[in-house]
Design a protein around this ligand. Structure first.
Ligand code: CP
Ligand code: NVA
Length: 311
């Protein structure tokens, strides 16, 4: 892997960081999903995180990640403190490393949403408590845990299934690549020129024995797929002026495109969505859409991640 893409790697004496799916083995990821499903089944979750505190540090906005982590901590008996970069001394130049050392003395885990992978890496290197990747420009692993949970609730084991991605090869698309390798499904990605997932990631998937293909034609990607996935065309931190909306337009998930997927194909999207851009309203608001189940499952997936990281 490209060292810039996946922070850390040496998990020897480190806390249980949740940074990238690629850094964790399938058994660990499956264990987290089992915890998530068990928490979801339980009418009253046990207070396994009683007395524990999670600090959440946001350098970008969030609705789902922020609220689902906060409610997950509370329902498991713990607490959260929500911080934004510009309110901390970070905004005045204090280093991530020093912030990590300080926060580790107050809280039991740190979640970071940031633009640069290097910041997450620095946090994980200097924190003595688990660090959770709440999204970077390169990945969004918490989202994928909820997405796999959602797919499997509806369609059974994802292993061996065909999943299609249409649109920008952004942080979420890149994490679907990692998920395809770790959970053993076939991923076909269709993106226009200049918006593809990076080649090093496809090379990594190939080396790991993954079934991941990048194509140009969205119809080719979705043919026979059990789920069609997309995301916004302009991610947080992207320069909208540099995003080729005209090039992305043919990759919009329309009812006509969904018809070329399997008859029972699900439509998935991490949200927030832009109806009339990456997805037609008839699709995201139609019967194949499971986008609000995905959003709901963020709560259960976060519990699985927290319980694993803090156990
Ligand atoms: N899907 C997701 O992470 O949403 P938020 O940006 O609202 O957290
Ligand atoms: N790709 C999107 C995901 C939002 C949850 C972004 O990074 O803005």
């Amino acid at each position: 892997m490209n060292a810039d893409a996946f922070p850390g790697g040496d998990t020897g004496a480190r806390p249980r960081h949740f940074l990238e799916l690629a850094e964790l083995d399938t058994a660990t990821l499956r264990g987290i999903l089992e915890l998530a499903a068990a928490f979801k089944r339980g009418a009253r979750p046990p207070p396994v995180l009683a007395g524990r505190t999670l600090a959440m540090l946001f350098e970008h906005p969030s609705t789902r990640t922020r609220v689902s982590f906060e409610v997950a901590m509370r329902q498991l008996g713990g607490h959260c403190t929500v911080l934004s970069g510009h309110e901390l001394q970070l905004g005045r130049g204090e280093s991530i490393a020093d912030t990590a050392r300080v926060l580790s003395r107050y809280v039991d885990a740190i979640m970071l949403r940031t633009d640069r992978v290097a910041k997450l890496e620095e946090m994980a290197e200097h924190a003595t408590v688990p660090v959770i990747n709440g999204l970077t420009a390169a990945s969004h692993p918490c989202q994928l845990m909820a997405d796999v949970l959602t797919f499997e609730e509806r369609r059974g084991p994802i292993e061996g299934q065909v999943i299609a991605w249409c649109g920008d090869g952004n942080n979420v698309a890149r994490t679907w690549v990692q998920a395809a390798v770790r959970f053993g499904f076939c991923l076909r990605l269709a993106s226009p020129e200049g918006c593809e997932v990076p080649g090093y990631l496809l090379d990594w998937a190939r080396r790991e024995g993954g079934d991941v293909t990048a194509v140009r034609d969205p119809a080719e990607a979705v043919r026979g797929a059990r789920a069609v996935v997309t995301d916004c065309w302009v991610s947080m931190g992207d320069d909208p002026a540099r995003k080729a909306r005209a090039a992305l337009a043919p990759y919009a998930v329309t009812a006509a495109l969904m018809e070329q997927a399997a008859a029972d194909a699900l439509f998935m999207h991490c949200l927030p969505a832009h109806r009339g851009e990456e997805v037609e309203a008839a699709v995201i608001d139609g019967p194949q859409s499971v986008v609000f189940e995905e959003a709901g499952n963020r709560l259960h997936a976060q519990k699985g991640i927290l319980a694993w990281a803090l156990s």
